[in-house]
Design a protein around this ligand. Structure first.
Ligand code: FPP
Ligand code: MG
Length: 295
């Protein structure tokens, strides 16, 4: 991982603009899940740290843009760039980061470059869908999961496939792993948005629903409520929740085991991911650690 950080720092330096370096240094690196995944799949390849750095720059750029789109003031527990330096700067910094990442993709075979580049189109489509869906009260589970795949899983899937291609491993199997890990990861993230406190999250609890996002637990809950309660949930959507409404939703989720149901799906997807790469113990470990983040 140290090599990855070095590669990231080198790429930022190559951009050759102090303002970019300054802004980039204010960002928190986050979990570096995608980079870790690449290193675990292609541990001894000399270009693995560069591939990991590229994917992390893309991910970082997408979060800069996402915070502008979501009007979020916190990212990974610290003030977002749009909050400190304005949305224009956040968008431009994102542009610099992902275009630099794309340039660096030229260091790789076409197949690898294509997988990574096209995943960015997919994640941009996912973001568009997410925004569109948040404007209404979506209760369609499949629609939600299709959006999650595009928005979160495609870049993780691309990280896994590209790392496998780099070392001649079975790209299909690693793709299944990355896709299911990505979905499971996002479902757990959605659960934590409801169950964790503000301090842990680095943003207000139940913020997704306030942003209009009906994540799985809300979808599952909606379908088991009676007509009056359905209406009450619908009325709470996309607004700042009062303490009593937040408590009511949490109690109903408790009664109807909506969180457990979401967690079961995350576990099922994790198992499918593990099955695809059974022989790779390190990858199984990544999944287990991720699942344990919950609760
Ligand atoms: C976070 O979702 C957002 C994403 C995973 C993808 C965002 C993608 C774009 C903005 C497309 C543009 C891409 C580039 C490379 C410039 P979230 O809002 O559900 O999660 P959060 O709680 O972490 O904000
Ligand atoms: Mg967001």
């Amino acid at each position: 991982m140290q090599r990855v950080e070095q590669e990231i720092a080198r790429l930022i330096k190559e951009i050759d603009y102090d303002e970019v370096t300054r802004l980039f240094n204010t960002l928190s690196g986050g979990k570096r899940l995608r980079a870790k995944l690449i290193l675990k799949i292609a541990p001894f390849h000399e270009k693995a740290p560069l591939l990991a750095a590229i994917v992390e720059l893309i991910h970082g750029a997408s979060l800069l843009h996402d915070d502008v789109i979501d009007e979020a003031s916190l990212r990974r527990g610290v003030a977002s760039v749009n909050a400190t330096d304005g949305s224009k700067t956040a968008v431009m910094l994102g542009d610099v980061l992902y275009s630099k990442a794309f340039t660096e993709l030229l260091e790789f075979d076409k197949e690898i470059a294509k997988i990574v580049a096209s995943s960015v189109t997919a994640l941009s489509k996912g973001e568009m869908l997410d925004v569109k869906m948040a404007a209404t009260f979506n209760t369609d589970e499949k629609k939600y999961l299709d959006m999650l795949y595009l928005k979160t899983a495609t870049l993780i899937e691309a990280a896994a496939i590209s790392a496998a291609l780099l070392v001649g491993k079975n790209a299909h199997k690693y793709g299944i792993y990355g896709r299911n890990l990505g979905l499971s990861f996002q479902i757990i993230d959605d659960i934590l948005d409801i169950t964790a406190d503000e301090k842990t999250l680095g943003k207000p609890s139940m913020n997704d629903f306030t942003e209009g996002k009906c994540t799985l637990a809300y979808i599952y809950l909606y379908h088991v409520l009676d007509a009056a309660d359905k209406e009450r949930l619908r009325n709470a959507h996309a607004k700042t929740l009062s303490q009593s409404e937040a408590l009511w939703i949490k109690q109903k989720m408790d009664t109807y085991k909506s969180i457990e149901k979401s967690f079961e799906l995350a576990q099922k997807l994790s198992k499918e991911a593990m099955k695809a790469v059974e022989e790779d113990k390190e990858l199984v470990l990544i999944l287990e650690t991720m699942i344990q983040r919950s609760y």
